[in-house]
Unconditional design. Structure first.
Length: 604
């Protein structure tokens, strides 16, 4: 049992309370504080996901402090990592924080770890804290990734001199560092310029990120893609069953400037199929950071607080049962239709709801039109005589005049469509016979060749009698071979590969040069298959000269890490080089020799 534990301040990070305990108790070493709080001198101090909190709570629960669940939910970034993650993450993450081993670095799979490099603070908040409490503290909301503004003062947050993650620290990885006037100076100059439009967006992003970090969102991981498809449809980004990626990318670039996306590290290449924006709106198993979800949600004119209201369970029309809009039935405007079918409509180039009532009346509704309005009449059943008398206004005093006029027009359109359908059915018989004639005249032709002989017949049947056409296709497979000029392709592909290699080598962070990394940059990603490379001598020879082995890449990454450590004025040792460059301790002798050479050069 502890003899003292500080009271929590509003929105205080749990790590901050531990750091203030370290200061207030006068412990000289962090090891003693670790023993007090975690019963281990070797535990690590993770600010975002602290571990083994059950022991710590039991040591200080007598001081009238919040419950352990409130510690986790209100004073850590638990919700930030939980929302938008898979369902099994909830239990894994909670157990890690509740009883997890503080010495292990691992976190549950599917948790996106985007963190700031330094603890952040608002100078006005710090000033107010000293006036009110005589000390300051680390606020949880200020440490959320991509939150650049203090919403209380609309001031830009500043980087303190305290590193956030233990691995960033060279010496004492377990050091408790409380917020003070020394590491959070009030007169620190800002080195970032943000225009008014980006400021407004960053304030909105901060508001959304803070909500995500402080609330459990009522949606599951499996719901997300379905919700996005519903919203994309309502906002006009769907072309039938497919997403209009060109429009989505264009509007995304219009809303967010290149400088803002660069600042948020959320930029992407729209020409690559693997970019995050195209992937996040599809059904997938990948976990994306809350920031990327929020950028998409804001683009779609939604917010995280009400996103769950767009769930596919509500469909488009506010949930079943649905209204019957047959004005001549005794259940007009009553909820008697249990099911709905979503179909594609060519006229609006989007989806509509098809409703079928037991009374025989069927109709569609457009989700973009407000009110209970019929979009199209699809069937009237036994009510034909009633609809034929719809021109007599006096007979339908229970329907408003504007709705009656609209209903009459819809019925007129329905009769015209029926006539066209009758003519179409007559034509179908004719076109079927013409298709059989083609097959008799050209018995050795495939379906593709028959289509080229008479494209009009194929197109008509494909459009109006597709199922019959599928059952009566030719069984012949005689598609000719394409003639490829491999010399020309080799020359063009060589230029493309050279450009991609140059881009890879010019990147700040090194990427290993492999067939895969080169292929990802190609317009057609399958051009470097083994089968094709045997016919591309120039490209194959060039690839042989640039592809990197594991050892070559490790050496190149070592030099990059060495420059980074020098720039950050960090201690350069064999351990720091290997750890930062992610090289195993027992590495190949060639790599070890290069490490020794770098260390000897640095020492001299």
């Amino acid at each position: 049992m502890l003899g003292y534990f500080p009271r929590f301040y509003e929105n205080e990070l749990l790590y901050s309370a531990f750091a203030r305990y370290h200061i207030h108790t006068g412990n000289i070493s962090s090891k003693q504080t670790l023993i007090d709080l975690f019963n281990s001198g070797h535990a690590r101090t993770y600010p975002h996901i602290p571990r083994n909190l059950e022991y710590t709570y039991n040591q200080c629960k007598y001081f009238n402090i919040p419950s352990l669940d409130k510690w986790i939910f209100n004073h850590t970034l638990y919700y930030y990592y939980l929302n938008f993650s898979r369902d099994e993450t909830k239990v894994e993450l909670y157990q890690l924080m509740y009883k997890g081993d503080g010495r292990k670095k691992s976190v549950p799979t599917n948790v996106t770890l985007n963190n700031n490099r330094y603890f952040k603070y608002c100078s006005k908040c710090v000033e107010n804290d000293y006036e009110r409490y005589g000390e300051t503290y680390w606020r949880k909301d200020h440490q959320i990734y991509a939150v650049y503004y203090c919403l209380k003062h609309n001031e830009l947050l500043q980087d303190s001199s305290v590193l956030w993650y233990p691995d960033y620290k060279d010496r004492d990885k377990n050091l408790f560092e409380a917020a003070t006037i020394d590491n959070c100076p009030l007169d620190k100059e800002l080195n970032i310029n943000i225009n008014d439009k980006d400021k407004e967006l960053l304030l909105n992003i901060a508001k959304q990120m803070i909500y995500v970090a402080n609330n459990r969102m009522p949606i599951t991981f499996n719901d997300i893609s379905g919700i996005y498809r519903q919203v994309l449809h309502k906002e006009g980004y769907m072309k039938g069953k497919f997403i209009n990626s060109k429009k989505l990318f264009s509007n995304f670039r219009k809303k967010y400037s290149n400088s803002l996306l660069s600042l948020l590290e959320a930029d992407f290449d729209p020409n690559k199929r693997s970019n995050w924006l195209s992937s996040i709106v599809k059904k997938h198993n990948q976990v994306f950071s809350p920031l990327k979800h929020i950028l998409l949600i804001l683009l779609l004119n939604r917010n995280v607080e009400t996103l769950h209201l767009s769930s596919k369970n509500l469909e488009y029309f506010y949930g079943s049962p649905y209204y019957c809009l047959n004005p001549f039935s005794d259940h007009y405007m009553q909820r008697v239709i249990d099911e709905i079918e979503i179909i594609y409509n060519r006229r609006i180039k989007g989806q509509v709801g098809l409703f079928r009532c037991n009374c025989g009346f069927s109709f569609t509704r457009n989700p973009h039109e407000e009110g209970d309005r019929i979009f199209q009449i699809k069937g009237v059943g036994k009510w034909v005589s009633f609809f034929e008398q719809i021109g007599n206004v006096n007979s339908f005093d229970f329907i408003s005049l504007d709705r009656l006029i609209d209903l009459k027009q819809k019925y007129t359109n329905y009769k015209s469509a029926r006539k066209r359908s009758t003519r179409k059915n007559q034509n179908i018989s004719e076109y079927r016979e013409r298709w059989f004639g083609l097959r008799r005249n050209y018995p050795n032709y495939s379906t593709e060749k028959l289509r080229s002989v008479s494209p009009g017949v194929y197109t008509y049947l494909y459009r109006y009698d597709k199922e019959w056409l599928q059952n009566n296709k030719s069984n012949i497979k005689n598609i000719g071979k394409r003639i490829v000029n491999w010399d020309d392709r080799d020359s063009l592909l060589l230029v493309e590969v050279e450009n991609i290699y140059r881009e890879i080598m010019e990147r700040e962070k090194p990427i290993r040069v492999t067939i895969y990394s080169i292929s990802r940059g190609l317009v057609k990603t399958n051009q470097l298959s083994k089968k094709n490379l045997s016919k591309l001598p120039k490209t194959s020879q060039y690839l042989g000269s640039i592809l990197e082995s594991v050892h070559q890449f490790q050496i190149r990454r070592l030099h990059y890490v060495f420059k980074v450590l020098l720039k950050e004025d960090r201690r350069i040792t064999e351990s720091s080089l290997k750890k930062t460059a992610r090289i195993p301790w027992t590495c190949d002798q060639i790599v070890q020799n290069e490490i020794n050479r770098i260390l000897s050069t640095n020492s001299s």
